[in-house]
Design a binder for this molecule. Structure first.
Ligand SMILES: O=C(O)[C@H](O)[C@@H](O)[C@H](O)[C@H](O)CO
Ligand SMILES: [Mg+2]
Length: 394
């Protein structure tokens, strides 16, 4: 099949998601010469505008190509772009198109991705909850909502307990963060896993202090304890802590990932198929992690196409730890965007057997919610913060 049209869409509505960027989706629709349709998804963040135009640019490299040659098509873009390894916009654009191509090939042969990728390793993908702590500030707020998450059947949940602290944290911040984590541990009991999100925002000294205070609550992992590119910070953190480190959502290539694995900086890799290079690069990255004895917990914070394709890849790999899940905290239109939903039951998702990425898109929602890409406002609370938590409680 020849690639005939590639169309990006920005979807948004008044209904708020768990964070500013969680209220949007950047969708890519690919149509072939024989009228088949595949869908992919790109990352929004504050770059909705530039990602939208990156998709238009990257499309020029894919139009007229054959959907049978997914690997070669990716490589062709790698060759053309020159700055791909340095451009988040190009990486997410090519990822979205790649996901749509895998969707198309699955639909063409009538097989779900898991079948094309080696077959199911598991029928159910274990997930952890994120996005559940909107507007939580006090320990009581966190405890109440965490309890609710466990009542919904989740066995693992992630949260960022650090309020507005950035770069460094003082005694007051350490005390407040600890009170929140303690409250959550007490609310969920010993058997539910707690994952601590730092959003890559501390210097190593502060992150190490945090680890000292929080280790006793047995977090499953500490996510992005230091700034993403702070290699020396990661090394220092590793030298002073024994707690597991998770990272990877901002990685944009196979070889960038190799660096973190080979340096021994990561225990749990968190690749995101919507910026690592789609399924084509994503499947290599998770196999490489397997060889390093590193588990995988896919980053999955944006929309229902990302969620669907990640369920497929998560179902086939032996080294899966968990898949991130916002599904229950999506604005409702993100759930409605796909016809056959992927609900979470008892902390896991049943792997769909429908062709391609395993879901069908409801085009009516696209027509209703498509919007012109416009530069986003930059509010005091950064877009990556779960809404209403960028506050101190005392
Ligand atoms: O691991 C993650 O999920 C990310 O770091 C973020 O994507 C956030 O948690 C998100 O900002 C909340 O919407
Ligand atoms: Mg994160």
């Amino acid at each position: 099949m020849k690639i005939q049209e590639i169309t990006p869409y920005v979807l948004t509505s008044k209904e708020k998601g768990s964070a500013t960027w969680a209220s949007m989706m950047v969708l890519v629709k690919v149509v072939t010469s024989n009228g088949m349709i595949g869908y992919g998804e790109a990352v929004p963040t504050l770059r909705v505008n530039t990602v939208f135009s990156a998709i238009q640019q990257v499309s020029k490299g894919f139009l007229g190509k054959d959907t049978d040659n997914i690997e070669r098509n990716y490589h062709e873009w790698y060759k053309q772009d020159f700055y791909l390894s340095r451009s988040f916009e190009s990486a997410t654009a090519v990822s979205a198109i790649d996901i749509a191509l895998w969707d198309l090939v699955g639909k063409e042969v009538g097989a779900p991705l898991h079948k094309l990728l080696g077959g199911k390793f598991r029928e159910y993908v274990p997930v952890y909850a994120n996005g559940w702590y909107k507007d939580c500030v006090t320990p009581e707020d966190f405890a109440r909502e965490a309890k609710n998450v466990t009542r919904m059947g989740y066995k693992a949940l992630k949260f960022d307990p650090f309020g507005p602290y950035y770069d460094w944290i003082d005694e007051r911040g350490l005390v407040e963060s600890e009170e929140r984590v303690k409250a959550v541990r007490e609310a969920v009991g010993d058997e539910v896993e707690i994952l601590i999100e730092h959003h890559g925002r501390f210097n190593a000294n502060s992150a190490i202090e945090i680890a000292k205070r929080l280790s006793k609550y047995r977090p499953l992992f500490m996510e992005e304890p230091v700034h993403h590119e702070d290699i020396e910070g990661y090394r220092k953190y590793r030298a002073h802590t024994s707690i597991k480190v998770a990272m990877g959502e901002r990685l944009v290539s196979l070889k960038e990932t190799l660096f973190y694995l080979r340096e021994g900086l990561v225990d749990v890799l968190q690749p995101d198929l919507t910026n690592i290079g789609g399924v084509t690069v994503g499947r290599k990255v998770v196999s490489m992690a397997e060889a390093f004895d590193v588990e995988v917990a896919f980053h999955n914070a944006f929309g229902s196409i990302q969620n669907s394709v990640e369920i497929q890849l998560a179902s086939v790999i032996p080294n899966l730890l968990l898949l991130e899940n916002f599904y229950d905290w999506f604005p409702s239109w993100k759930r409605d965007l796909v016809n056959n939903g992927t609900p979470v039951e008892s902390g896991r998702v049943k792997v769909p057997n429908k062709p391609g990425i395993g879901v069908e898109v409801n085009e009516k929602i696209i027509e209703e919610l498509k919007a012109n890409p416009v530069p986003l406002e930059v509010p005091e609370e950064p877009v990556w913060v779960v809404g209403g938590t960028w506050k101190n409680f005392k």
